[in-house]
Design a protein around this ligand. Structure first.
Ligand code: ATP
Ligand code: MG
Length: 562
């Protein structure tokens, strides 16, 4: 498999795990998890985490759980949870029977909170979030203790039970761990571990009026599931001491948290919060808009799981933040599709060509190769007749010297068909070219001639009578600057949306066999790009194609300018 890492040196996480196994840590077991919060759709960054967690488990003969980190009913939805599962499966990973929810552990987490209270390690605090922030201190100044810090254990237990019973309004009280208000690590300054939230939870309904914080739920969930290596992104580095504190102070199985750098990609945003804004403010047409960096958007655009996995593999693992270029992602897609996608003929901007010496009532079928990279893909028949369509881009009336496509008096090869020569240019009343009159060489069937004469240009075409009309969505980058998230003051990332990120071409024509592809299955329109039939198009819209990626990287030329 192309994802194989057998011939590469181990990255820092695999080195740690390999060493742990050598030392018999966790009895040599490896158990990881992918823990998304169901508050949005998964994006390419999540794919990296999925590939890492499931990949590591597979390579070391271990297991990987899928855990929905559903501790915040204010932002979470079943729709998201279902989409997450579909995306992980689509990427090719299987959690078997190990689907868990942080909410499965709410009873246990509550009992552990009670244990902390009993041990004098947690207290109920009446400060609101604003007051708490004021006492919290800064990176250079220690914090001040809450006036409620020394509440007696009995009172804390009583209040915590009442919080649970729903006796207090939201925001009026919290449960906080009693750690160290002078710690240089702000996360250790008596962090909130439970908050009051009178919200219905997708899994537990109205049963709970209080919900654990991320920090209080995450490590303990890892612990309950017997996770050995808890792999997370760098922003959790400063949470690790808290992760460790809870495991130690509760005396429970202690997984090792290891941080790696998030995947960042230029010309896009990679955060559910920002993606949610793109959706709700209508900058894109939903989470699965093919311009989105979501897995559902990429799938709809024609990205394959193999291309995404190859990309994650190439990006590798870093300990420091970095930004990956979009070109690498597109390279991985082209590389995969070049090998696997079948070829078809199509034109986006048709120009009629009449072959004056081709008999009017004649039609024939020619052989076309489905995929030159894959002999097993075989051949197909394509229709040919007196009237064909070529792309307007492939004709120039007054061409420069190095132009090898069609021009008056020039001979070109029609792919899989004949040599043709342009004899005459016809214009409509407005002066626009409406048709070319050409002659064809009957001796050149299939693309060669008896006299061995060569032509420099080969262009694609479709048979005018049988070609299917369709519309094609051509996508460009969603943002016009490399880093829309960090820019001049006062600018919002949405100010940098590329207004030309979607071009809809309604004039396209493709050979009829295109309609036999499954929606979402990528194919190449020769010389045009990789496409797939849109999975969401409504029947009335007819045949709608989404362009996955152009055949060549035209962007770098465009931006480098002159
Ligand atoms: P976002 O900022 O997009 O909301 P998140 O980290 O809040 O992302 P979670 O649902 O909590 O989203 O993420 C699930 C897992 O995926 C976490 O372990 C997280 O570290 C990892 N992850 C999220 N974004 C990235 C990324 N860009 N690169 C690598 N891993 C990521
Ligand atoms: Mg998160």
């Amino acid at each position: 498999m192309e994802e194989s890492t057998a011939d590469k040196p181990l990255d820092f996480i695999r080195s740690i795990i390999s060493e742990d196994r050598t030392n018999g840590k966790n009895e040599g077991r490896v158990h990881t998890r992918f823990p998304p919060e169901p508050n949005g759709y998964l994006h390419l960054g999540h794919a990296k985490s999925i590939c890492l967690n499931f990949g590591v488990a597979e390579e070391f003969g271990g297991l990987c759980n899928l855990r929905l980190d559903d501790t915040n009913p204010a932002a979470e939805k079943t729709e998201y949870a279902e989409a997450i599962m579909a995306d992980v499966r689509w990427l090719g990973f299987d959690w078997e029977e190990r689907l868990h929810h942080a909410s499965d552990y709410f009873d246990q987490l509550f009992d552990w909170a009670v244990r902390l209270i009993e041990n004098g390690k947690a207290f109920v605090c009446d400060l609101n979030f604003e007051e708490m922030r004021e006492l919290r201190g800064t990176l250079t100044e220690p914090g001040k203790p809450s006036p409620f810090r020394d509440r007696p254990v009995e009172e804390n237990l009583d209040l915590f039970q009442k919080m649970k019973a729903g006796e207090f309004p939201e925001g009026s009280k919290t449960l906080r761990a009693k750690i160290d208000m002078a710690s240089p690590n702000l996360n250790l300054r008596d962090p909130v571990i439970y908050r009051i939230l009178h919200k219905e939870h997708p899994k537990t309904g109205t049963q709970w009026k209080i919900y654990p914080s991320y920090d209080f739920a995450h490590g303990q969930s890892d612990s309950i599931e017997g996770i050995t290596h808890s792999l997370c992104t760098l922003e959790f580095e400063h949470h690790r001491p808290l992760y460790d504190w809870f495991c130690e102070n509760l005396g429970i199985h202690h997984p090792q948290q290891i941080e790696f750098a998030r995947l960042n990609l230029n010309y896009t945003v990679m955060s559910k919060r920002k993606m949610l804004r793109l959706v709700t403010e209508g900058h894109v047409n939903g989470w699965d808009d093919p311009r989105m960096p979501t897995l559902s958007g990429m799938r709809r655009r024609g990205y394959t799981p193999q291309a995404i996995r190859a990309f994650c593999d190439r990006v590798g693992l870093a300990k420091r933040e970095n930004v990956i270029e979009m070109e690498l992602l597109e390279y991985c897609l082209r590389d995969d599709l070049n090998r696997r996608a079948e070829r078809r003929l199509g034109v986006l901007n048709p120009l009629k060509v009449t072959l004056q010496n081709y008999p009017e009532d004649q039609t024939e079928e020619l052989d076309a190769i489905n995929n030159p990279e894959d002999p097993d893909a075989g051949t197909r028949k394509i229709h040919f007749s007196r009237e064909i369509l070529i792309d307007r881009n492939d004709f120039m009336e007054d061409p420069p010297k190095k132009y090898f496509r069609m021009a008056p008096g020039r001979e070109v090869r029609l792919k899989y068909a004949y040599y043709v020569t342009c004899k005459e240019v016809i214009r409509d009343e407005s002066g626009e070219i409406s048709e070319l009159i050409c002659s064809y060489d009957p001796e050149s069937r299939g693309g060669g001639t008896a006299d061995g004469r060569k032509v420099k240009g080969t262009i694609q075409w479709v048979d005018a009578r049988t070609a299917l009309p369709c519309s094609a969505n051509l996508y460009d980058r969603l943002f016009s600057c490399p880093n829309p998230e960090e820019n001049e003051d006062g600018k919002d990332f949405t100010d940098f949306i590329n207004s030309g990120s979607l071009e809809v071409v309604t004039t396209a024509r493709v050979e009829p066999s295109v309609s036999a592809f499954e929606p979402g299955q990528p194919f190449q329109l020769e010389r045009v790009g990789y496409f797939c039939i849109d999975t969401n198009a409504v029947a009335e819209a007819g045949l709608v194609l989404n362009r996955s990626v152009a055949l060549r990287d035209s962007w770098s030329k465009k931006t480098q300018g002159k």
